[in-house]
Design a protein around this ligand. Structure first.
Ligand code: EPZ
Length: 429
């Protein structure tokens, strides 16, 4: 298994190009199941999760091609992917695949809407919490599907077709909103999704579905009105920039000090993170090429932050913020409200010298004068990048093990950081 070795203590200066958002690219690729025409996606990031989803969709019968480089391309644009689900040959998504990536469970809705049935393995728990799918099933049932669970699989069928319905979620869920939306677009009549998640990635998918012929009102709000249509058609859509990757590099620059332009980033997508960085004493400035982050000399101020659904502070930035606050001049309080077990990085940060105490869903982070390099273990995607951020500021050498977690969600991480002056390398095993 590959490792990442970091020699801390270098300021970051220069430019980092922000990739397309993983959490938009995955559901966008899945949306291709809804039409027998070709869906073309631009700016698709090159990530392990994207590669895995290509295999899963291929198993259902989706033909996928990725354009090679074109003259004039500068190597920083994401891939252009063409997905054509002319014939769905298999409506089963097996355990071996769904267990490797939770978002692959999201194929259920489109398969059900297009083929009238689907059989998809339950995703199971994962490192960050139990993560049930009850609200996904609630949405399918509301839309008229019969849903059973047998031997670890969800079997959903709607032989008479799906019918529009009012779906009111008891809790905000990104995945359940994707599922309800992607299913309702092909159901007969009108659907209303209440308490929908408003994450920018959902808005991006909704815009793509609209370009494919779906009729959706209220995009970007917590109430979506959908008028079902008989079929969707081809479209071309560009994946929006990754706000979590943006926020992560912003935290890295805040940690080391320096001055970096995040090219292609959109400040409006991560306002809550910008607010917190401002409180910590980090300058964030929108430019005509993206977002500039700089911190020179001044110490980091502690912050009090609670994770919340968008537009609140993202749970996907909690670990990175915690890494940053290990070096603040005071005590920060970070409360995690989305996932019950998303503090796996705490013990690893402690190995680097961080002073963090946990009380239920609340972490108190007392800033320390220095972190010292050590061997640490990545436990999930965002936890692993928090260790990289800490390693960039730690004295001496830090080795992060199990970096396959990083490859799921960060494109060319070491290369992007090296270009800004970090001393970081991948060691193949
Ligand atoms: C999405 O996961 C993201 N994944 C996660 O990003 C992100 O952390 C999460 O949303 C929250 O923002 C993708 O977009 C691929 P949820 P998802 O349904 O959809 C509970 C990353 O690092 N819940 O919004 O699975 C659930 O347990 C990843 O990129 C139910 O109770 O998250 C959680 O407490 C990790 N019943 C809360 O809702 C359900 O049926 C929010 O989860 C569904 C969810």
């Amino acid at each position: 298994m590959d490792r990442i070795r970091i020699r801390g203590g270098h300021r970051l200066n220069g430019e980092i190009h922000i990739s397309g958002a993983k959490n938009a690219a995955l559901p966008l690729m899945i949306a291709s199941l809804l039409t027998d025409d070709t869906l073309t996606l631009r700016n698709v990031p090159r990530l392990a999760d994207v590669a895995l989803l290509m295999r899963i969709l291929g198993n259902h019968g989706v033909d996928i091609s990725v354009d090679g480089k074109r003259a004039g391309m500068n190597g920083i644009q994401g891939d252009t992917m063409h997905l054509t689900a002319r014939t769905i040959v298999d409506t089963t998504a097996p355990y071996e695949m769904v267990s490797r990536m939770r978002a692959s469970f999201w194929v259920l809705g489109p398969l059900l809407a297009r083929c009238g049935q689907a059989r998809v393995s339950l995703p199971g728990g994962c490192a960050i919490g139990t993560r049930p799918v009850d609200m996904h099933l609630q949405a399918f049932e509301a839309l008229g599907a019969k849903v059973d669970i047998e031997a670890g699989y969800v079997l959903a069928s709607a032989p008479g077709g799906l019918k529009g319905a009012r779906i009111s979620f008891p809790k905000v869920s990104v995945g359940a909103t994707h599922a309800a939306l992607m299913t309702a677009v092909l159901a007969r009549g009108e659907s209303v999704i209440e308490n929908a998640a408003r994450e920018p990635e959902i808005t991006d998918v909704a815009h793509c579905l609209a370009a494919m012929g779906a009729q959706i009102e209220g995009i970007g709000t917590s109430t979506l009105h959908i008028q079902g249509v008989e079929r969707l058609h081809s479209a071309t859509h560009e994946v929006l920039p990754d706000r979590i990757e943006t926020g992560t590099y912003a935290m890295a620059v805040a940690m080391t000090g320096g001055d970096v332009q995040l090219i292609g980033a959109r400040q409006d997508l991560f306002d809550s993170v910008v607010d917190v960085l401002g409180q910590a004493g980090v300058a964030v400035q929108e430019t005509n090429r993206g977002v500039r982050i700089h911190r020179n000399g001044t110490g980091l101020q502690p912050v009090t932050v609670t994770t919340a659904p968008y537009p609140g502070f993202p749970t996907d930035m909690q670990a990175q913020l915690m890494a940053l606050m290990t070096r603040s001049e005071g005590v920060s309080t970070i409360t995690e409200t989305i996932f019950e077990n998303r503090f796996m990085h705490v013990q690893e940060l402690a190995r680097l010298g961080a002073d963090i105490s946990l009380d239920g869903d609340c972490a108190s982070v007392r800033g320390v004068e220095r972190l010292r390099g050590a061997e640490v273990m990545a436990t999930d995607l965002r936890a692993s990048v928090s260790l990289v951020i800490a390693g960039l500021a730690a004295e001496g050498e830090t080795t992060v093990h199990r970096v396959y977690h990083l490859d799921r969600g960060f494109e060319r991480l070491e290369k992007k950081l090296v270009a800004c002056g970090a001393e970081i390398e991948r060691l193949a095993s």
